[in-house]
Design a protein around this ligand. Structure first.
Ligand code: UDX
Ligand code: ADP
Length: 503
């Protein structure tokens, strides 16, 4: 599906609104029933919070995956998010329902959120950069097939600019007589691990719609849903394309800050500056602000890389190569940071990890989630496996099958069995670190800060190394215990036995 017209033309207001077809008369329709298509990290928490805050609205979350829906209806939800259990328990089977019956939910809904996955394309034009909209397209086709009444269709998935137009084209090309659609863009800004908090206390809600009376009416209906708990002044309304681009821009800006501080972490390690001190000094400038300046092993997650690649691709399509190169550098710096960290682990361990026992603490892309998409831990683990290491892994929330899946598809060696024979997954940090040469900390889980490192040290091989990829541990205390410690963005004073961090 192409999101940019071949000649890069902007469509006129009339073309956009579809009023020339004569079919769109969009009456005011208060929202009584909502359908959320896609019960994932975005759709599940978002619809659950809407159900919590709007008790008079019936919210049905549908997914094509029977397993996923069964989990949403069980005691163990398919995703881990702090406070999500509590919200779901309050609303489930009251005004919140999880179902595989897409047809009924679509048919009955006044408003439909599309929150399906939009991975980066792995084939064809735009491979490795453009968003693959096949799931969005399939959801739109399903709506067109089923809907018999007017619908407001809200794009929630992160999508390229002008995706709303594609959805609109599918719906209007396939609409039944008498059915009209309004397409809104309502990007989700929640971060995993704080999703419920972010939804309940959103800095802003952004709603983009067509600049037509019907478009405004639909925007107004969605505003009314959010106004149940978000002050009106925090609900921004824009045209559809501004809304779509704002989501990509927000993620690009956030990722850019991390890449900026990570680039400086390399300078710190060779100069003796401490990146945490630099971040603090820089962040106290109120024009800059202190958030998203934590240097780390690299950013992960389902959004940052995908959205920036998407932005890069859009810029290339718009013949803006300088802009594309500018944003590509944010990704390149992230790759550099992950590789740099992995290389330092190997270099410090006498330049070989072949058959060495190495513990990886944390596999999720950040704390308080079980999500591993684009997790820097995958990069680190694969590099170490490629170098012949034996890995001992522990993460408090990532399932064993997920770790194996991430490390075997695609594999570094083209042989999943080889990977499986070299990876052991543990249920706690103490057994995961026993008899190993080094600990590589990849996720900033709070519980890693308070482990009994005296006990861990006594049970590890010597010299015992810790590589803190998140800067969360007490490095002085660890050095006093006897560990050789390496971290990001800081040259530690105690000399290492092997090659030095800053060589
Ligand atoms: C992000 C955006 O924050 C959110 O608004 C959007 O809706 C989806 O993408 P998410 O990916 O869930 O959310 O988590 P986020 O907290 O942004 O962290 C992303 C990555 O950056 C993580 O790997 C995190 O560890 C890393 N990070 C974050 C840093 O390395 N340093 C920081 O200072 C902040
Ligand atoms: P996100 O992080 O964007 O929420 P997820 O992968 O966690 O992405 O969730 C997306 C969900 O959307 C998955 O559970 C997937 O099964 C579902 N899905 C994808 N396409 C469709 C579709 N056409 N109809 C129904 N559900 C779909």
């Amino acid at each position: 599906m192409n999101f940019i017209t071949e000649n890069n033309e902007q469509l006129s207001g009339q073309q956009r609104s579809g009023t020339n077809s004569g079919m769109i008369i969009f009456p005011e329709m208060p929202i009584k029933k909502i359908c959320g298509i896609g019960a994932g990290y975005v759709g599940g928490p978002t619809c659950s919070v809407i159900a919590l805050m709007c008790p008079e609205i019936q919210v049905t979350v549908v997914d094509k995956s029977k397993d996923r829906i069964a989990q949403w209806n069980s005691e163990k939800l398919p995703i881990y998010e702090p406070r999500l259990d509590e919200v779901v328990r309050t609303c489930r089977n009251r005004n919140l329902f999880f179902s595989t019956d897409l047809d009924t939910a679509i048919m009955e809904a006044d408003l439909i959120f599309i929150s399906v996955n939009t991975p980066t394309k792995t084939f064809g034009t735009g491979k490795g950069r453009a968003a693959d909209l096949k799931y969005v397209e399939s959801a739109a086709r399903k709506i067109a097939e089923i809907a018999t009444g007017d619908k407001i269709v809200v794009e929630k998935s992160t999508v390229p600019v002008r995706a709303a137009e594609s959805i609109l084209n599918i719906l209007r090309a396939n609409h039944r007589p008498g059915v009209s659609y309004q397409i809104l863009s309502n990007p989700e800004f929640l971060a995993e691990g704080t999703a419920i908090e972010d939804l309940l206390n959103a800095d802003r809600v952004l709603i983009g719609g067509e600049d037509t009376p019907e478009g405004h009416a639909a925007v107004e209906e969605l505003c009314k849903v959010y106004e149940h708990w978000i002050p009106r002044k925090n609900i921004l309304t824009t045209n559809t394309w501004s809304s779509e681009l704002s989501k990509l821009a927000a993620n690009a800006f956030l990722a850019q800050r991390i890449s900026s501080i990570n680039s400086l972490s390399a300078v710190c390690e060779t100069t003796g500056a401490d990146v945490s001190e630099v971040a603090r000094a820089v962040g106290l400038d109120s024009r800059i602000g202190s958030k998203f300046l934590e240097a780390s092993v690299g950013f992960g997650g389902s959004c940052f890389q995908k959205d920036i690649l998407n932005l890069v691709y859009i810029c290339e399509c718009l013949n803006l190569p300088e802009v594309a190169a500018y944003w590509q550098q944010v990704i390149d710096m992230n790759e550099y940071q992950k590789s740099r960290f992995s290389a330092k682990v190997i270099e410090s361990l006498f330049n070989t990890v072949s058959d060495k026992q190495i513990t990886i603490l944390g596999f999720a892309f950040k704390k308080n989630t079980g999500d591993t998409r684009e997790s820097p831990a995958i990069h680190v683990a694969k590099t170490l496996l490629d170098e012949g290491a034996m890995l001992h892994l522990f993460d408090p929330k990532v399932e064993e099958e997920q770790i194996i899946e991430d490390l075997t598809h695609p594999t570094v060696t083209d042989c999943p069995e080889y990977v499986k024979s070299r990876v052991t997954i543990y249920q706690d940090a103490y057994t995961a670190t026993r008899d190993t040469h080094a600990i590589v900390l990849c996720t900033e889980w709070d519980e890693f800060k308070t482990l009994d490192y005296n006990r861990i040290y006594s049970e590890m091989m010597k010299p015992a190394y810790i590589f803190d990829g998140r800067k969360i541990l007490d490095h002085d205390a660890l050095q006093k215990i006897g560990f050789i410690v390496q971290t990001i963005g800081k040259k530690l004073t105690k000399t290492t036995l092997a090659g030095s961090w800053d060589s």
